[in-house]
Design a protein. Structure first.
Length: 375
């Protein structure tokens, strides 16, 4: 029987045709399709600006620079995230300060963020874990109290809403990734959205070596560097793919929610399997479907699923427990009780738009068997 990965992109003939057309157009990198994808993306998340960059990690760095994060600053963020979230802070020369998560949803606990923030806090970097939006209103209040900027790492949450507003229009700056496992893909790619035109301009320069536009029609070649920057550009043919993919987002998000509902119904009869909670005031994007099982059986269950051809994953080894971060930041076990308790119990089950109901049922049966249930 064919294996079931935990996530899988969908590319159709029209996607291929759009990329081919872009390649034949003569524009390979920054061209009309970048601008067009940015406009479509901003419209889709309800922001006034969207800036396309090379990948989600570059998007994090670009957003942190636009938030003014630099050496000597602190950024409060969760540890239960991909290492890129914390590394972008380090690469900006700032210090990541980890806050704990709420046990039900595994998104940042505002009380812990408040406790770990300080006068040096320049930004709160909130991760919409698994596609569940953070409590942005509570986090914004803490950020405002510190004069800090609220940045969303919404790499899991394209398609989600918070209190009726699309993620991407809620924080001061919001970061997305288009890696193949994410909601839509450009192969590699990223985006930052904001309503702040000055920050958007800074980000457009940041992705192109900090160079400003030519100010003088008589010297169209005279472009000078006004700020730090690098090469974080996204290509025109990737944006052709991105705009095509974006057209499928609503249908794909609906299907992810249906799959989640099917898992929830099935696991209601399996008390050992506890799906994460979902707040009433959000619409989840279900990038991941994460369940908790008793810690002593988690590792064996993951192996048993894998031997049945089902690619269960654990998202993530908490950043504060990686050897590199422990050594560099002095973090370690005991720092974040809820994060560490969750890490022992979580696993991610397959979820992607083209996963069939039969596929979901196969996963559910394999979980029951892996836990020693009926054969
Ligand atoms: C995928 C991801 C990133 C990094 O995105 P890349 O495009 O792979 O650089 C950052 N944060 C989170 C939470 C992610 O899931």
């Amino acid at each position: 029987m064919e294996g079931i990965p935990y996530g899988r992109p969908a590319i159709d003939d029209l996607d291929v045709a759009a990329v081919t057309e872009a390649l034949r157009s003569g524009w390979l990198t920054s061209g009309p399709r970048v601008a067009s994808f940015e406009r479509a993306f901003a419209k889709s998340v309800g922001s006034s600006e969207a800036v396309a960059v090379a990948n989600g990690t570059a998007a994090l760095k670009t957003a942190l620079d636009a938030a003014g994060v630099g050496p000597g600053d602190e950024v409060v963020l969760p540890s239960l995230t991909f290492v890129a979230t914390a590394n972008a802070v380090l690469e900006q020369g700032a210090r990541p300060v980890f806050a704990d998560v709420e046990p039900g949803t595994l998104v940042l606990d505002p009380a812990s963020v408040e406790a770990r923030s300080s006068p040096r806090t320049k930004a709160i970097l909130a991760v919409d874990y698994a596609g569940h939006p953070c409590d942005y209103d509570a986090l914004r209040k803490i950020a405002r109290g510190r004069g800090a900027v609220l940045v969303g790492d919404a790499c899991h949450a394209l398609g989600a809403t918070y209190r009726g507003r699309p993620v991407g229009s809620v924080a001061d700056l919001t970061v997305f990734s288009f890696h193949p496992v994410k909601a839509i893909t450009t192969g590699e790619g990223g985006m930052v959205t904001t309503d702040d035109a000055a920050r958007a301009e800074r980000m457009r320069r940041f992705r192109h070596h900090g160079l400003g536009p030519a100010a003088d029609a008589a010297r169209p070649w005279y472009r000078v560097m006004t700020q730090p920057g690098s090469n974080f550009r996204l290509t025109d043919f990737q944006c052709a793919l991105g705009e095509r993919q974006l057209g499928n987002l609503a249908a794909w998000t609906r299907r992810r929610r249906e799959i989640a509902k099917r898992y929830r119904r099935a696991f209601a009869a399996q008390p050992a399997v506890r799906p994460l909670a979902e707040a009433d005031d959000v619409a989840h994007a279900y990038h991941l479907f994460v369940v908790r099982v008793p810690a002593p059986v988690r590792d064996a269950l993951v192996l048993s699923l894998r031997s049945a051809g089902i690619e269960a994953m654990v998202h993530y080894v908490p950043v504060h427990l990686h050897p590199y971060h422990r050594e560099r930041l002095g973090t370690g076990p005991g720092d974040l009780p809820q994060t560490e308790a969750a890490f022992d119990e979580i696993l991610s089950l397959p979820i992607y738009p083209h996963l069939s109901d039969a596929g979901v049922d196969r996963v559910v049966d394999a979980v029951a068997r892996g836990l020693g249930g009926p054969r």
